[in-house]
Design a protein around this ligand. Structure first.
Ligand SMILES: *Cc1c(COP(=O)(O)O)cnc(C)c1O
Length: 422
């Protein structure tokens, strides 16, 4: 592997001490394309993170919160019903949907907020699309008594009312961003703008493995707890590594968190699943940046993006609001380019079928994001031998998505007549 860069002394990560180069580049991707005014803030953050990374007390605090606040380690679960149904490879699920707040996002938020506290920052800003990162950030800010401002596209504010209410309950201020099309990309632009104007007291907590260096590497490090636990749990369960690991990709944080500890294990196939929406076509009714996009610069890094011929960023589309990001973390672009990981796209329809399959075979109501990973499992598992082990990341629970699925299935939730037995 061509990997260069820093090391981490804490024993949480010492089995895979790799990173991007000193400029934050993963091959031709990543880096930091930011305005001069933002540069001092980025360098300050990088220096603090470099210090924290090798500080045992930082990781001790993190581990304590992961255990008692988040509920880690999350179980590694043998999905027996699904395995039998598919009739091929043995399917395991890494149950990160059981975390506090219902997804993997809090793994990363805790790390960044602990860092913000070390830096003496009292005002936390974040961007959010579907609202999951906003809720996780508002949660941890409430716990530590920090001021929290969440930028959210005006269009998303309308679409995601329950999460807006959750954030408000948790004491966060939600700013509806009217610029652009009022979606995640615009929210991220406004959060970066806020950061430059409020230099002294503000920490920008990014929700996925994107943004300018050091964010992609830092978010990956915090999410790598997923892959690290999976490796240990799989050794206990099967006495060996899995043959294939699979995760869904929005910006790519849960996926890189699962993948990273396995990158040097050549026997492990790595598959990232993008949102294929209505199909990867020229109308861009999808969010598959690697499958259907090309390299460009957005939010401070160079990566694969959905863009038109003039380089204007397109919004993309997916039934799953959490996968609705027009870019992808730069490390994935690099893994794609060197061929270490394979990237595929799954359509809305395939994901919805996987949703129902998971409910009926496992008694687990999954979020629509991991259903994309599950749909790919359902495609490949039947053709694989029974001793082939697949592990997919169940990165979120489905409560937030039941309205979307009800609409798709034609179930009217307001009409209880004749449906409610008692
Ligand atoms: C936010 C979210 C995603 C997408 O983000 P990544 O950074 O790609 O992990 C996927 N699944 C769930 C459940 C989410 O909340």
């Amino acid at each position: 592997m061509r990997r260069a860069g820093g090391t981490m002394a804490n024993d949480l990560f010492n089995s895979f001490m790799n990173g991007p180069d000193e400029k934050g580049r993963f091959g031709d991707f990543g880096g930091r394309f930011v305005s001069e005014t933002l540069m001092p803030l980025i360098l300050d953050l990088e220096a603090e993170y470099e210090k924290a990374k090798t500080d045992d007390s930082f990781w001790a605090e993190m581990n304590d919160l992961w255990t008692h606040y988040v509920g880690r380690p999350s179980p590694l679960y043998f999905a027996e019903g699904l395995t039998e149904h598919l009739g091929g490879a043995k399917v395991y699920m890494k149950r990160d949907e059981l975390n506090h707040t219902g997804a993997h996002k809090i793994n990363n938020v805790l790390g960044q907020i602990l860092l913000a506290r070390r830096m003496g920052k009292t005002r936390i800003i974040a961007e959010t699309g579907a609202g999951q990162h906003g809720v996780a950030t508002a949660t941890v800010c409430a716990k530590f008594g920090l001021k929290c401002i969440v930028y959210m596209g005006a269009h998303d504010v309308q679409r995601q009312a329950p999460n807006v209410f959750r954030m408000r309950l948790l004491g966060a201020e939600v700013v509806a961003v009217e610029s652009g099309r009022g979606t995640l990309k615009d929210a991220m632009n406004d959060a970066l703008r806020d950061w430059v104007t409020n230099v002294a007291d503000t920490f920008y907590c990014i929700g996925t493995a994107a943004g300018p260096h050091p964010y992609p590497a830092m978010v990956r490090d915090f999410q790598s707890i997923i892959g690290k636990e999976t490796k240990e749990q799989m050794q206990k369960a099967e006495g060996r590594l899995p043959d294939t690991i699979i995760a869904a990709i929005g910006g790519g944080s849960n996926a890189i968190g699962l993948f990273y500890p396995f990158l040097d294990d050549d026997s492990v196939n790595i598959i990232g699943v993008e949102a294929g929406g209505k199909g990867v076509n020229d109308d861009m009714e999808h969010c598959a940046s690697l499958t259907g996009g090309r390299p460009g610069v957005l939010h401070g890094n160079r990566t694969f993006l959905l863009q038109d011929d003039d380089g204007q960023i397109l919004d993309g589309y997916s039934i799953s609001a959490g996968l609705d990001y027009p870019g992808i973390g730069p490390e994935h672009s690099w893994l794609h380019e060197i061929g270490r990981a394979e990237y595929v796209a799954i359509t809305d329809k395939e994901a919805l079928d996987a949703f129902q399959l998971c409910c009926s075979t496992e008694g687990i109501i999954p979020a629509l994001e991991p259903c994309h990973a599950l749909a790919h499992v359902a495609k490949i598992a039947p053709k694989l031998p029974k001793d082939h082990i697949i592990c997919m990341n169940m990165c979120g629970r489905g409560d937030k998505d039941i309205f979307t699925v009800a609409k798709y299935l034609g179930f009217d939730m307001s009409d209880t007549e004749g449906r409610d037995a008692d």
